[in-house]
Design a protein around this ligand. Sequence first.
Ligand code: FES
Length: 157
Amino acid sequence: MSDTPPAGGLAPLPDAARRKFLHRMYNMTLGFWALGGIAATGYVGGRYLWPTRAGQVTGGERAVTIPVADLSDKPIVKVLVEGQPVGVFRYHDQVHALSLVCTHLGCLVKWEPGQGEFLCPCHGSRYDPNGAVLQGPAPLPLKRYDARVSGTTVIVS
Ligand code: FES
């Protein structure tokens, strides 16, 4: 094979140079994939260690009313009270209103009606229906809100 360029065109790459070029392209592609994987893993890890704080939620009134009937239809009704997510639920014929913000690092807890507990999906803290810590690492109970039934509505404040 001749390495002399054709008139008016580029010289064809010799086999060794072509192999070297393709090898570099292959390595660059692998490198970009690896960097993307490292970045994605770092992002997910960071979100796990520093989850979104519920305090970043905005909106919501100081007192919120919901129909009492909603508590029969759903295991928990979520409302915003002064920008904070609050869960309103009926447990043992009493209406409760608790902050849904875990006191560990601020993840949103989930009500597990079958177990009668709140569970934090981030690091496994558990709270009883009064908000008391059943299992850490949460250091404090969930914040309680006032829930009053007045006629056909529940007033949460
Ligand atoms: Fe860590 Fe809830 S944020 S247990």
